[in-house]
Each structure stands twice: as structure tokens, then as C-alpha cells.
Design a protein around this ligand. Structure first.
Ligand code: CMP
Length: 140
């Protein structure tokens, strides 16, 4: 298995309910290392840029509103097969379809307020990490 890096966001619904530590505990228990982490609050332009790939989707406007509604925690995670591993422990996008014990099953409020984001491919992981972190902020 290859050591990979993936990009994660702990979303406003989770920071609002003080779940950053609980989510980080699940990340670390899965063997992923948090090698960069920054709490911030996105402006509309930041959210629009990050989710530009969804610009034509009907949920885009609400998604931008939600992602700018409170603090988020941006992270870089590293480990064996990190991209697939993080997607596995996040669970399905819609918490109603997520497996027991996953972050979204345990914590998500809805398909929109689904507590976490994780990159869906190696290409997007690279893009998302570059967009949100400087190289010097990532300490593996
Ligand atoms: P995320 O993994 O961050 O990628 C896009 C986000 O859009 C998704 O998680 C959800 O928060 C949000 N979203 C809202 N509605 C939908 C939908 N119908 N399908 C997919 N994603 C949605």
C-alpha cells in the first residue's frame, strides 16, 4: 500500500457542536496522521472556488452558504491508502446511507451538513491541498 495524502474539512455543523476532537480521534484511530491543520472561516469567494466543480449543481448556492456559516477546520491527512481510507471512515455523503461507526453516521445532520469533506481522488487531493495550504505548513 502506498503512503498518500488527502485533504479534509471538518465542516461548520461539526465545529458548532464542538466535535473537532471526536472527529480527529476517529481519524487517528484509523491510522491516519493529521500533518497539517488550520481552523478558519471561509468567505463566499473561498467556498465558491473550492466547490467550483459543483457550480452547476442545484445544491451549490446552499452549499456555499452553509460552508461560510461558521468555522471550518482544514486538514492534510497522511497514511497508507489515505484517500480511500478517509472516504471509508467518513461514510456515504448522505448520512442516511452511511455505515455504522462512520463519522457521518455518528455525527452528520443531513446530506448538506454532513460534518466532513474528503478528497475523492489523488488528483483532487493534490489540487485541494495546494489550494488551502502552503508547503511549509505541512509537516509529515
Ligand atoms: P462534500 O464531500 O463536501 O462534497 C460536496 C458537498 O455538497 C457534499 O459533501 C455535501 O455537503 C453537499 N451536498 C448537498 N446536497 C448534496 C447532494 N444532493 N449530493 C451531493 N452533495 C450534496
Amino acid at each position: 500500500m502506498a503512503i498518500e495524502r488527502t485533504f479534509s474539512i471538518i465542516k461548520p455543523d461539526a465545529t458548532r457542536r464542538n466535535l473537532t476532537g471526536a472527529i480527529n480521534a476517529k481519524i487517528e484511530a484509523a491510522g491516519l496522521r493529521i500533518i497539517a491543520q488550520r481552523r478558519t472561516k471561509w468567505k463566499q469567494a473561498d467556498a465558491r472556488k473550492f466547490y467550483a466543480v459543483h457550480a452547476k449543481r442545484p445544491f451549490y448556492k446552499d452549499l456555499v452558504k452553509f460552508m461560510t456559516s461558521g468555522p471550518i477546520v482544514m486538514q492534510v491527512l497522511e497514511g497508507n491508502n489515505a484517500i480511500a481510507k478517509y472516504r471509508e471512515i467518513m461514510g456515504a455523503t448522505n448520512p442516511a446511507n452511511a455505515d455504522a461507526g462512520t463519522i457521518r453516521k455518528d455525527f452528520a445532520e443531513s446530506i448538506e451538513a454532513n460534518s466532513v469533506h474528503g478528497s475523492d481522488s489523488a488528483e483532487n487531493a493534490k489540487k485541494e491541498i495546494k489550494l488551502c495550504f502552503k508547503a511549509a505548513e505541512i509537516v509529515g
